[in-house]
Design a protein around this ligand. Sequence first.
Ligand SMILES: NC(=O)c1ccc[n+]([C@@H]2O[C@H](COP(=O)([O-])OP(=O)(O)OC[C@H]3O[C@@H](n4cnc5c(N)ncnc54)[C@H](OP(=O)(O)O)[C@@H]3O)[C@@H](O)[C@H]2O)c1
Length: 249
Amino acid sequence: MNNKKIWFITGASRGMGVDFAKAALAAGHAVVASARDSKAVSKAVGQSNDLLAVKLDVTSRADSEAAARAAVDRFGRIDVLVNNAAGFYAGYFEELSSAAGLVGFEFCSAYAASKFGLEGWMESLHPEVAPFGITTTIVNPGFFRTELLTEQSTQYAEPSIKDYDERREKQLEFWKAQNGQQSGDPAKLARALIIIASQEPPPRRFIAGADAMAIAEQKVADLKAQIDANRDLATSLDFDHVGRAGSGS
Ligand SMILES: NC(=O)c1ccc[n+]([C@@H]2O[C@H](COP(=O)([O-])OP(=O)(O)OC[C@H]3O[C@@H](n4cnc5c(N)ncnc54)[C@H](OP(=O)(O)O)[C@@H]3O)[C@@H](O)[C@H]2O)c1
């Protein structure tokens, strides 16, 4: 394959990371599949000369450096990095002992905060690395049937504030019922990633899933309404005698 790329995927022990690795291999690419337990990768993805399984807990800088070094030692470079690994820390913010990228949801304050943070990082990284020929793509998946809502990946805040009792119960019921019922097929998402990664240039954002598309369109409409509601006030905040740069006024 002459357009063979080297993919580096985090969180490739379970869930959609496994589908991404399989789809990239099936498309003829080489894959560095990383996981907290590298043995889990081989179990989930299988064996291939084009596959390197490496240990990487994404919270460990030492792991990250060693995994990137191993990837470059084996394949010479990394072309596509899929920053996929995550868990779901759910609950009302006040009940989380510490502390979804495009839209925030009730019961998802910590998860959404982390995803919004990643998006701000990615959007800023884009112009920073563009001169080096590196592009970034934000992927906003809707509900995909992975292991994210299992006990292994989801941690619910310990109930501690009575005011939330009734709503918490409904939220827990909703999220637990979603497990295994999500409409999105992660194998199809994986094939879609292969397609967008080969586009020139790749998209800056990919909204993945009909449900995610509806949520994104609602967000755009809400944002537009919020802009329009206070347009005159918002655009009247410059100093009264602002001159154009260089005009001297
Ligand atoms: N599924 C959805 O509906 C959905 C929707 C929107 C966004 N997403 C996002 O899609 C990504 C993948 O989620 P998924 O649905 O595939 O979930 P999943 O089935 O629970 O898989 C999560 C993967 O992340 C790994 N992981 C968690 N913490 C890690 C860490 N500190 N270091 C390295 N690996 C770690 C897990 O590894 P272990 O086996 O070691 O635990 C596992 O391989 C996540 O970023 C998630 O937020 C998912």
